[in-house]
Design a binder for this molecule. Structure first.
Ligand code: C2E
Ligand code: CA
Ligand code: CA
Length: 252
């Protein structure tokens, strides 16, 4: 077992050494059955231990300023990928995870602005996914800046809905364009979970949000989220997170 201290010290400089890569997991439009979007997920290619999942290094990064370095890197990767695809006539949307910590810095919003201007791309193709670990909209500056991003055309997704800090208030107040139903709900076939998902989809649609079902692993789950009127589905059944070139191959 690798110690956390070892990993933490190795993680310093991992971005600069080129050890972090973005993988992309397809999202399928349930009306057309086509891949219309992908979620970028960070992977750490450790020189000694191989691929390390974000569940291991994101918590380390969150405790330090490294979350900002990683966040900046992922945004740049995603913007560059989308701009390249648009140039080649491929209209694929991409989502990128943004930690609540990143939203507290002005630098993050400056970076988005700069990349949007520099890359000459359609901003609606990028969605930032936010998992609230605390009520971020209680910080007025964050609320204002999220509204700003929305006005510039970027998508905002409420990630992991149905667990943790999820609330109706969040659904009402967040200037979101999308809601992602957490995989724990999608994979739970209890009556309660079904009732909750039905209500969440209805509320989200009423608010004008697109609904993405996460963690779809079986044909039964796919049929269910389709029946529940979810707009998009993502999960191992439809495609694992994969390197950018692999996704491009799949779409070609
Ligand atoms: P998430 O944002 O909820 O991402 C979805 C996670 O579910 C991914 O795990 C994905 O590989 C996994 N997944 C997708 N489909 C299935 C399925 O059908 N079954 C199961 N069991 N799992 C599925 P991953 O890549 O290990 O990422 C874990 C978490 O790490 C992410 O959860 C996200 O919160 C965080 N993360 C990943 N990349 C970044 C990043 O660039 N920045 C930040 N701040 N967080 C990131
Ligand atoms: Ca996510
Ligand atoms: Ca999620």
């Amino acid at each position: 077992m690798v110690g956390e201290e070892r990993l933490m010290s190795d993680f310093f400089g991992a971005v600069e050494r080129g050890e972090i890569v973005a993988h992309y997991q397809p999202q399928v439009d349930l009306a057309t059955n086509r891949i219309v979007a992908a979620e970028a997920l960070a992977r750490w290619n450790h020189p000694e231990f191989g691929i390390i999942a974000p569940g291991v290094f994101i918590p380390i990064a969150e405790d330090t300023a490294l979350i900002h370095t990683l966040g900046r890197f992922m945004i740049e990767q995603v913007f560059r990928a989308v701009a390249g695809w648009q140039k080649n006539g491929l209209d694929l949307e991409v989502s990128v995870n943004v930690s609540a910590n990143q939203l507290t810095t002005l630098e993050f919003f400056d970076l988005l602005d700069r990349d949007l201007a520099r890359l000459d791309m359609r901003p609606h193709s990028v969605t930032i996914e936010i998992t609230e670990s605390y009520p971020i909209l209680d910080t007025p500056s964050i609320a204002t800046r999220l509204d700003d991003l929305r006005r510039r055309g970027l998508g905002i997704s409420i990630d992991d809905y149905g667990v943790g800090y999820s609330s109706l208030q969040q659904l009402e107040r967040m200037p979101a364009t999308e809601l992602k139903i957490d995989q724990s709900l999608v994979q739970d076939d209890s009556v309660q979970s079904l009732a909750l998902m039905t209500a969440v989809v209805e509320l989200a649609h009423w608010r004008g949000l697109r609904v993405v079902a996460e963690g779809v692993e079986t044909e039964e789950q796919l049929a269910l989220v389709r029946e529940l009127d979810c707009d998009r589905a993502q999960g191992y059944l439809l495609g694992r997170p994969m390197p950018k070139a692999e996704l491009e191959g799949l779409l070609a």
